[in-house]
Design a protein around this ligand. Structure first.
Ligand code: SF4
Ligand code: FES
Length: 388
């Protein structure tokens, strides 16, 4: 994606400009409702309610606009997207518009018939999250009785229906010691891709940081195991590995860079550069109810604020990595350094990096406190009711 117009003397229609700089992916948070309560959930602490959600026609319009803009991949997310009764209609519209459709699901509300219907309507891929491979611990972390058994069943149906399957495994101090089992689980259920993602500490994960923070020894062991599994399973299982920020020397390019690769639409239609952007005070977010997606992506205040490198201060401004990691994560810089324009404290060049490492070392070596959850453990029959 070019950073500047390669031929500035030629006038360009706004949509043509937008297409040249289009995001690769749209993350559509169809709803914040979810039967699970993972203690590292990236949804905001203040969720958007069901009454505020975009209706079917509005989401279908977003899908068409995204395809027109040049988006290639649609990630249907939440909350739990299968809570929406109109998911089939949304998938059908997206598929007809030419988007590759990926359902990001916790997997506990789907039965085989509904999955089959989604496949019939054009679903391409399922990304199933797991909490652990030891069922008791998995259900405890998800705060949902019987979750793991339902996920295993869903994985079987995904393969029977010949849909592509990715297993997403957020890892932390309370499940990392079973990483070999997580790799085995992905193989057993026929996934072609496994994401081993160390928890990133935003939103609920920041609330539960001390309960989730792994020790340095756990992190180093996980890196060795992933490396070994990648070699052993080459051509069988692709393994992505997200390292934990607090033990890194350089930050990750969060979202591939602000306003570069991914656009997020919240349940109520707000358009964000990342899922946690609303934690940054002073940013104004446009809504698809009021403006076209392309113009928000191209010119929206929130996107322009941290796009590229012009906003950077030291040490990022003069750094040779500024167009590699884009200064790391703006939301983490705000949460830990108090300034969204500061270098991400995950970077060793940040003056706050040593304090960050000290937090990690201290919390990981103290007994884990109990998880903080949004609500009491789920009782039978208390799943959110499908709507729309
Ligand atoms: Fe990245 Fe900024 Fe650190 Fe350089 S100083 S490596 S640009 S976060
Ligand atoms: Fe917002 Fe990283 S989560 S920039």
């Amino acid at each position: 994606m070019p950073a500047s117009d390669p031929n500035p003397s030629q006038p360009q229609a706004p949509l043509a400009t937008a297409r040249r700089r289009a995001p690769l992916g749209l993350l559509a948070e169809l709803t914040h409702r979810c039967p699970l309560q993972c203690p590292y959930c990236s949804n905001p602490l203040q969720l958007e309610g069901a009454g505020a959600e975009l209706d079917t026609a509005a989401w279908q319009d977003v899908m068409r606009q995204a395809a027109e803009l040049g988006v290639l991949q649609l990630h249907l997310s939440g909350g739990e997207p299968t809570v929406r009764r109109d998911l089939e209609d949304i998938v059908a519209t997206a598929a007809a518009a030419g988007l590759y459709t990926n359902l990001i699901t916790a997997g506990v509300l789907l039965d085989r018939a509904r999955l089959e219907a989604l496949a019939r309507h054009g679903l391409d891929h399922v990304q199933l999250s797991i909490q652990d491979v030891e069922p008791g611990n998995a259900d405890r972390i998800a705060h949902y009785e019987g979750a793991h058994a339902r996920k295993r069943a869903l994985a079987g149906w995904v393969r029977e229906l010949d849909l592509a399957l990715t297993i997403n495994a957020p890892v932390h101090r309370q499940n990392l010691d079973r990483l070999e089992g997580i790799v085995d689980f992905a193989l057993e259920v026929g996934a072609r891709r496994l994401e081993v993602a160390h928890v990133q500490y935003y939103a609920w994960a920041l609330q539960n940081r001390a309960a989730l923070m792994p020790t340095r020894a756990q992190v180093e062991r996980s890196a060795r195991l992933v490396e070994e599994a990648r070699k052993r399973l080459e051509g069988i299982l692709l393994i992505d590995f997200v390292v934990p920020d607090y033990y890194a020397a350089r930050p990750k390019p969060c979202m591939g860079g602000w306003g570069r690769g991914i656009v997020v639409v919240t349940p109520s239609g707000k358009v964000l550069p990342c899922h946690a952007a609303q934690t940054i005070p002073g940013l104004a977010f446009d809504n698809v109810r009021e403006k076209p997606l392309a113009s928000i992506w191209l010119d929206g205040d929130a996107f322009e604020k941290f796009r590229g490198t012009g906003w950077m201060i030291g040490p990022c401004r003069g750094c040779e990595r500024r167009e590699i990691d884009w200064g790391g994560c703006r939301c983490q810089a705000l949460a830990l350094a108090g300034d969204a324009a500061a270098a991400d404290p995950a970077c060793a060049k940040s003056p706050r990096h040593a304090a960050l490492v000290a937090i990690a070392e201290r919390e990981a070596n103290e007994p884990a406190p109990p998880f903080v959850y949004r609500r009491p453990r789920r009782q039978e029959g208390s799943d959110p009711s499908p709507t729309r």
